[in-house]
Ligand binder design. Sequence first.
Ligand code: 3UK
Length: 537
Amino acid sequence: GHVSWTPVLNAAVYYVDRHIEEGRGEKTAIYYLDQTFTYGQVAEMVNRAGNTLRSLGILREQRVLLLLLDCPAFAAAFFGAMKIGAVPIPVNTLLTPADYLYILQDSRATAAVVSAELLPGLLEVKHQLSYLQHILVVPPLENPQSFTVPTDLGLYDWDEALAGAKPFLEPEATSADEAAFWLYSSGTTGFPKGTIHLHHDMIVCSATYGRHVLNITENDITYSVARLFFAYGLGNALYFPFGAGAATVLNPYRPEPVKVLEIVQKYRPTLYFGVPTSYTAILQVPEAAQRYDLSSIRFCASAGEALPRPIFEQWLATFGLPIYDGIGSTEMAHIFITNKPGAYKAGSSGTLVPGYRARIISEGREVPVGEIGNLMVSGDSAAAGYWNKHEKSKETFQGSWINTGDKYYKDAEGYYWHVGRSDDMLKAGGIWVSPMEVENILMEHPAVLESVVIGHIDEDGLSKPKAFVVLKPGFEPGPAMVKELQNHVKKSAAPYKYPRWIEFVDSLPRTASGKIRRYVLRNLSTAVPAENSQAGA
Ligand code: 3UK
């Protein structure tokens, strides 16, 4: 028989070292606050990071958790780990200690690189960890000089460790098909799933969306409101610019609308990546177009959830720029259907990105144009599967096809229109919220008998969590109880998950078999504004 070997490919070499060989060593790779980093400097940082991890005994295939704000250390840790064949796992910085405990135990990461600001959350669960041995702490933004790493066993100062490491590093001869990085993705039931991406996956995204949609070149400057720990942000602000030898603007602070406008004015990015919530928030800034110069931007992208048509139109009217909405997923690494210059329809997700295939399936068959079905997608950036979640992997990864869980129809011109999810998942600001998680937390409150959480569409056309709550006898519904329950959720879940509205009901609608009829509440929720509801921040 014929024996074929998977080619040797180390994505860190493609994204970092290649630029030195191709003469871009002096070119700016990262703009960060008042610093700039050239590709030469980034390559050296990556090598020092890889050597640091190696000297701690981190081996090929071992996972390394990255709990980091957007900063140059992220790039160094991500590609440094990858260069030695280890597997970085960027994680959401807004999660709770319990979430980090789960992810660290599930992944069995042996090392973590953590921003000092986020360290307390990790230390809270450190005694419960079975696998984590080393924590490298990136000094804080405020008073980094006076920062000292707590003297706990296994804690190191990132800057000191890198300063003491060698600046040269031979890449591990990884194969194109071995794990390069993981990302955790949430679902309706159960814990988040470690989604395993391979060394070739990012390169496929660079060759598809990066080349055919963004048309990114080394003259571009990217800026993403979506953080690096999201699959969306990771492409936008790291591997798309690094794939082209372009520059990226990284900023560690919360992307408040005015801050975002200041960053655009200061660094003059050409490619801008937002989410519907951030576009909506910027449109609320008085006289934004008069006060801030956005003329550097040649392309505005949106993803994470559908961009409502009114937001597209207001943005175009205000800034003269169309927003190119596209759908991507953690499983596909990045965007596979999108609007683009010369081919867009406001309110749609656009057309297929070259390199991807899609099918809309209902009852086992592809549906005709105009009919709604479940969206399946195929492309070579697809993850290999979920870590240790066999049943969930089989549901999502079906041969070369991935079940997105989204309901779509396609029009006669090949544009895809999002009509909802086929599960109960909802998003807030483009981030997954599992209704069950919020329901369980509400149920822990002594006043709550039962509850249902759904996605409620606000006045901007964006979905946010809303709870229907049945109180136990003797508890008073009203604004005080709304606040109380909201605070209760904020205490035990990531802050973006709290219900923005709470409606008190006498009972929940159920089927004959006792299953809650969520769709009834969803319809009720859009038709009649809730009496007892109270809008949140
Ligand atoms: C939904 C959208 C309508 C959809 C992502 C760009 O969002 C990303 O990944 P996630 O794993 O979520 C995937 C799910 O989010 N969705 C995303 N974009 C859109 N729905 N219109 C859109 N434009 O339900 C999808 O299945 O968090 C986005 C790039 C990489 C990503 N991972």
